[in-house]
Design a protein around this ligand. Sequence first.
Ligand code: GRF
Length: 219
Amino acid sequence: MTARLPLVVLISGSGSNLQAIIDAASADLPVDIRAVISNKSDAYGLERARQAGIETRVLSHRDFSDRDSYDLALGDLIDEYQPGLVILAGFMRILTPALVSRFHGRMFNIHPSLLPKFRGLHTHQRAIEEGETIHGASAHFVTEELDGGPIILQARVPVLAEDTPDTLAARVLTQEHIIYPAAIRMFAEGSLRLEGERVHHNGQPLAAPIILNPEVLAQ
Ligand code: GRF
């Protein structure tokens, strides 16, 4: 049996992606979620972690005078758990280059758009406003560029004429819950790694992100 990959998951909110990872781990995803860390004490994801018997820690950015000192403390807290992979799952903070480089090649993020389109916030609203007919989610390695790290996996969803940002967000979130555990599985099973700024899969550089459902086409 393969050893389970130790994970630390960082959240700020609802934690539905965390839940998807917890559920996958209790099925056959070979990971051990060692801790869930939140910068907000009222994040619902902390409750999900407790329900699953996972250790929780809160490190409030309000207790620090600047971003550098917060990120230094956060990095030290993460390292207490010796994770092989750090998972950002709705962690609503911009990370300093020092923190990102500390976990280079072993930190993932999930973003609710088909990157490189729509980095940053309000992705669903922007996709609707720009008349996109196809939208989606991306799992990627974290590098210093915000939402700009090498993409591993993407899933597409159609944008419907009657969509609101909320209905579109819900459709995208369903896909996030599929691709995030799938990307983590690839890393945990050893088929995925970052070399410099390039994703390698099965020993080969990825020419383009893997698309989970390429049958969903733009209209
Ligand atoms: C997701 O849309 C994720 O893509 C973004 O933040 C949201 C987190 O949702 N980074 P949840 O807390 O996992 O429910």
